[in-house]
Ligand binder design. Structure first.
Ligand code: NAG
Ligand code: CU
Length: 620
């Protein structure tokens, strides 16, 4: 094996300090205010306290309470001159003008010097801004403010359910609301058995997966500026790694359904698979359908030729192992930092060393796909699902685009000199045995069980509320992949007491043709299941780790209405509300940790590595 692409990233280390604490009155109040602010986003505020802020707060009279008074003035100018995106328009992060407006609002909110100003400014801005534009700026600010640590954002699919649900469900929810009848509405995956791609729709359309993807892009915004105090270490590398894992997982789900690995998209070939989202934007415009076999088309300001030219330059950089900076310097990417430079360039993020020259291949790829059905805007068709991070993974073309992007990273990785043994070896430490054990007593060792079960989506936010009337309990129910919890039992022998990092990976044992492939080929498709530190004593150690503790995943989020009622009960002193300042919001849905497999069983290989903690650890 050429271990050239074994990744050494230690993100989990930061999460180790986590500890739950009991929420005090201040925290509870903040949590409730945030929930009230995000409720019925498309309707004007109704919470009396927030209404006061909305009507009486004057950003101009409080300029000294913002780190960036210019941002405040600029945003105010947009508001007073009526230049902001209309409330009922469709906000797109990929639209430079709409994004610039959002970033200005983000800078206002993020730069508020204390929590009160942050909240007042948010309440003031909320009804003056496009709801999703506001939501994105507010969420990113909240996730990055010290004084909001631990505050929980409700699940994305319950704040803006239109972005996650199909039209039929939305319509039934409206009916139920009008009749004031509590209702549970079943949601089906789009498409039909006539389309083989539909077999993996449960993955691409999983609400948790879509939320995760959009959350990741809020934690690592491509527009993040270096002047913001939070440093996004190795953001470009993480862009590669997160999407690489998504593609590997998609391919594992495909194999579980007898589908071959996803093919990369190419700019001058037909997009074989169409996609019909069967969904409607909040403003009533339908997400467009893309028929089978469409070709990429030139957009008014972006041509297919541009895409190929920019990609050619990226390929040149990879092959020559240098990138050209905007001020005409050459930077080597033939080193461990190269993947980060390349990631920033390909995404492209504000950190790209040369956005003019290398373009924004990934972002523009999303736009090329989202606008392919009406490229010249002859029919005023709104953008497709690929335009938004919270809807993109529904479309099989998302994975095809990301396979294409992933292959560029692979080209680069394959050109790196392999690590030598001394870089990866952990002398004196040896893994003697590994097994996985199901949580259920009757389970067979090394056999893991997956199944589908139901998950509920709280639809209270989907329909307008009239005055202060009691909400009607309306839910959607979706079928989602899940698995029985299990644990890894790893026997590690050590010659002396040491600390190690354990990494666990999984991949299907056979490819689509039923062949075993060499580990060096298979490694690119391995899914990371967990990564954690261990203390090893001398002699044999039994390392036992529960699947639910995986740092790759997060548990099911609390629903919007449960969050509200839990906080309200805690405020009244009826129950304790615990929170964790270091809670890691971002993670793959726990339910999707394992690929589906097959009813008759499917063989996977588990790959476990222990490396030297002291060499791996990144202090943060
Ligand atoms: C990358 O650097 C190594 C030495 O560290 C060298 O052997 C190799 O040829 C370089 N590769 C390229 C493509 O320059
Ligand atoms: Cu993405």
């Amino acid at each position: 094996m050429r271990p050239a692409t074994v990744l050494l990233i230690v993100l989990g280390a930061c999460a180790l300090a986590s500890a739950e604490q009991k929420a005090d009155a201040i925290f509870l109040k903040r949590q409730l205010q945030v929930l009230n602010l995000l409720r019925h986003l498309n309707q004007p505020l109704i919470d009396p306290e927030l209404l006061v802020f909305k009507n009486s707060f004057s950003p101009l009279n409080n300029l000294n309470k913002f780190k960036d008074p210019t941002a405040v003035k600029n945003f105010l100018k947009l508001v007073t001159e009526g230049k902001l995106l209309e409330r009922d328009a469709i906000f797109s992060l990929f639209d430079a003008r709409q994004r610039a407006q959002m970033v200005t609002l983000f800078e206002v909110l993020y730069g508020a010097t204390d929590y009160d100003t942050f909240l007042k400014a948010a309440a003031w801005a909320r009804d003056r801004t496009n709801p999703r534009q506001f939501l994105y700026a507010f969420s990113v600010a909240l996730l990055h403010r010290e004084d909001c640590r631990g505050v929980i954002l409700p699940p994305a699919y319950e704040i803006t359910p239109h972005m996650f649900l199909t039209t039929d469900v939305v319509r039934k929810a409206y009916q139920a609301k009008m009749m004031r009848t509590p209702t549970v509405i079943p949601m089906k995956f789009t498409g039909s058995v006539n389309n083989p791609e539909q077999r993996v729709a449960y993955f691409g359309e999983d609400i948790g997966m879509n939320s995760h993807h959009s959350h990741w892009h809020m934690d690592f915004p491509f527009w993040w500026k270096q002047e913001y105090t939070v440093d996004k270490d190795r953001k470009g590398e993480l862009f590669f790694y997160m999407h690489h894992q998504m593609v590997a997982r998609f391919d594992a789900e495909r194999l579980s359904n007898d589908l071959p690995a996803v093919e990369p998209l190419e700019w001058d070939q037909q997009i074989t698979e169409g996609f019909a989202p069967a969904a409607t934007y909040e403003n009533g415009q339908e997400f467009p359908m893309r028929p089978d076999n469409m070709k990429f088309c030139d957009l008014p300001s972006l041509s297919v030729r541009d895409m190929k030219i920019v990609e050619g330059r990226i390929r040149d950089a990879i092959a020559s192992s240098f990138v050209k900076t905007a001020d005409s310097r050459l930077l080597s990417i033939n080193n461990t930092a190269g993947i980060n430079l390349l990631g920033e360039i390909i995404e492209s993020s504000a950190n790209s060393v040369n956005p003019v020259y290398y373009g924004q291949l990934h972002n523009d790829g999303h736009v090329m796909l989202s606008k392919v059905t009406d490229p010249l805007q002859r029919y005023g068709v709104p953008p497709g699902v690929m335009e938004h991070f919270e809807t993109a993974t529904r479309d099989p073309a998302f994975f095809r685009l990301h396979k294409h992007v992933d292959n560029l990273f692979k080209l680069h990785k394959d050109l790196l000199l392999p690590y030598d043994v001394s870089e990866l070896d952990f002398p004196g430490v040896k893994i003697e045995a590994v097994k996985v054990v199901g949580s259920c007593k009757a389970s067979t060792p090394n056999q893991l069980i997956t199944y589908f079960d139901e998950s509920h989506i709280d639809l209270n936010n989907i329909v307008e509320n009239v005055g202060q009337e009691q909400p009607v309990d309306i839910k959607a129910v979706v079928s989602r992949l899940n698995h029985e919890p299990f644990k890894y039992v790893i026997t590690v022998n050590s010659k002396k007491p040491v600390r190690g990092i354990v990494r666990i990976f999984l991949a299907p044992k056979l490819n689509w043709f039923g062949q075993r492939v060499p580990l060096d080929v298979a490694r690119w498709g391995f899914i990371e299941l967990d990564r954690f530190p261990v203390r090893l004593a001398s002699g044999d150690n039994i390392v036992s780790r529960n699947s639910v503790d995986s740092i790759i995943t997060v548990p099911e989020p609390r629903s919007f209405s449960n969050l509200v009622s839990d906080v309200e009960k805690a405020i009244r002193g009826e129950q304790v509300f615990s929170y964790d300042k270091y809670y890691r919001h971002c993670g793959f849905p726990r339910r999707l940790l394992l690929p589906k497999g097959k009813p008759e069983g499917m063989v996977y290989q588990l790959y476990v590595v222990v490396t030297d903690y002291d060499k791996d650890i990144v202090s943060c």
